[in-house]
Design a protein around this ligand. Structure first.
Ligand code: HEM
Length: 404
């Protein structure tokens, strides 16, 4: 199809979620700045435009960006959810973004992530110890989620026994951010948000009485002594970290393994040459793009790709499409673990670039190195693929694997 021809792509459909890449190709070629009626956002699909959408705050604002497209009749039902979203750093422009981001960055200061590699390695081994004799696992629950959740939970100072509940809340909340078209899913996300917030408030109150050596205690100190945040803001940032950090890392670990199964030569290469692990995992971020569709709002009227964008309209820089743009990546739809040039946008770009990428860049390589060393004959139990229906955080919901 050539540029200018009319195309229709429903990014909220099941077909799109199962495999969005042919649709991205169609849009990049035929309508690279596309008005999506279903999401009421402009979709940017070419690398150059996506990069601009992520980094140029003078045209693409983040202020309350994911909440504004909510249908008006939903609003009275989901006020607590919208209130929390509107306080997340990811939905702020400067100067407020800078203030909140400064504190989030502290989470990843060396004293808060002491021996993170060792802790991650220990957790990966412990998780595999739990399942190795069984000959099978649900890769999502037992490993891809459990690993980042346990490691980040330990940075925050959460109890390991709370993690399954935290996972349920994180996933339901992440779904709500990606499905503003569904009141049912948003209400479910809101319920999780309320429970998670009350759990975090209790944990914070506990730290106020008995400070520990963890990130929560640090935030409490900043909140009380330096007066930099309100308690509500502290809780909102924690909720954002839990909703965003776990789901993305889980999706890159599970999506990366699925991609390896579909590229058996690359799987063999990685088993034989673990020294390429860092480079290989950069390719997983490009190939799986778990944060595929962040949101922005046009800060002024402007033109891009021949389209007139009006101030206040919603825009989605589609990271997953940029990461497959042939203008930048050779053989974009192939997993090439030794790719030399890989300027992927998997962690975003500009002011909002992912503050958790340092952590992900420790967790994901350790996850694969440990898995392939300890279970080299791991394989899929079924050819079926159980993709979630989440535009913002695309990933598998379940992933049964076996060995032996
Ligand atoms: C492979 C894993 C991950 C991927 C692919 C990823 C991706 C992204 C992307 C694309 C953004 C930019 C969003 C935007 O521009 O609107 C972002 C922001 C963010 N990420 Fe991640 N992320 C990952 C892991 C994590 C982890 C482990 C954490 C924390 C534990 C985290 C916390 C955040 C936060 C707080 C923001 C908002 C930053 C801001 O607005 O200044 N992420 N992430």
């Amino acid at each position: 199809m050539s540029e200018g021809q009319k195309v229709h792509v429903n990014v909220l459909s099941k077909e799109f979620n199962v495999n969005p890449y042919p649709y991205y190709k169609l849009l990049r070629e035929a309508d690279p700045v596309y008005w999506s009626e279903e999401t009421r956002h402009w979709l940017l699909t070419r690398y150059e435009d996506v990069q601009a959408g992520l980094r140029d705050a003078s045209r693409f604002s983040s202020q309350s960006s994911s909440t504004f497209a909510v249908r008006e009749d939903f609003i009275p039902h989901i006020m607590p959810l919208l209130r929390s979203f509107s306080q997340w750093a990811v939905m702020k422009d400067n100067p407020e973004h800078k203030r909140l981001r400064g504190l989030i960055n502290q989470a990843f200061r060396p004293e808060n992530i002491k021996d993170i590699h060792g802790r991650t390695q220990q957790t990966a081994d412990w998780l595999l110890d739990q399942v190795i004799d069984k000959g099978e696992m649900d890769f999502i629950n037992d490993y891809a989620f459990a690993l980042p959740a346990t490691v980040f939970g330990s940075i925050l100072g959460l109890d390991r026994s709370d993690l399954p509940t935290v996972k349920k809340w994180s996933v339901e909340l992440a779904v709500a951010t990606g499905r503003v078209d569904s009141l049912e899913l948003m209400l479910k996300g809101q319920e999780s948000l309320l429970q998670m917030s009350s759990y975090l408030e209790d944990a914070i109150k506990e730290r106020m009485e008995r400070p520990r050596e963890d990130f929560l205690s640090f935030l409490v100190k900043a909140w009380r002594e330096e007066n930099k945040l309100t308690l509500e803001e502290v809780v909102a940032q924690m909720v954002m970290l839990l909703a965003g950090g776990h789901t993305t890392t889980m999706n890159v670990i599970s999506g990366g393994l699925l991609a390896l199964f579909k590229h058996p030569d690359q799987l063999e290469l990685l088993k034989k040459s673990p020294e390429i692990m860092k480079q290989a995992t950069e390719e997983f971020y490009r190939f799986t793009s778990p944060a595929q569709a962040p949101t922005r709002i046009a800060a002024c009227d402007f033109e891009i790709g021949g389209k007139e964008i009006k101030k206040g309209q919603g825009v989605m820089p589609m990271i997953a499409s940029a990461n497959r743009d042939p203008a930048v990546f050779e053989r974009p739809d192939e997993l090439v673990l030794t790719r030399e040039k890989n300027p992927h946008l998997g962690f975003g770009n500009g002011n909002h670039i992912c503050p958790g990428m340092f952590l992900a860049r420790v967790e994901v390589p350790v996850a694969f190195e440990t898995l392939l060393r300890r279970i080299p004959d791991i394989r899929r139990k079924s050819e079926d693929e159980d993709w979630n229906m989440n535009l913002s955080f695309r990933g598998l919901s379940t992933f049964p694997v076996c060995w032996g």
